[in-house]
Design a protein around this ligand. Structure first.
Ligand code: ZN
Length: 68
């Protein structure tokens, strides 16, 4: 488990006790960035959007049935 500063790209296993970057003193620290890449893990927004679209279609069908 490591820490990565988003302001000065400090990378290490330690931060100050106040939760700041030891290199520049920034609070913009992200945790667990010890992967190979700097990319953020992709959120499951696509799945969520699909689910919402499905429910919207479902609700629309029900409304259509009810109104017709
Ligand atoms: Zn820093």
């Amino acid at each position: 488990m490591g820490y990565q500063c988003r302001d000065c790209s400090y990378r290490g296993s330690k931060i100050t006790s106040a939760g700041r970057c030891p290199a520049c003193g920034s609070y913009a620290i992200s945790r667990g960035a010890d992967g190979a890449s700097n990319e953020e893990p992709k959120p499951r927004t696509l799945q969520l959007t699909l689910l919402l679209a499905l429910w919207a279609t479902f609700a629309g069908l029900i409304l259509f049935r009810l109104l017709s």
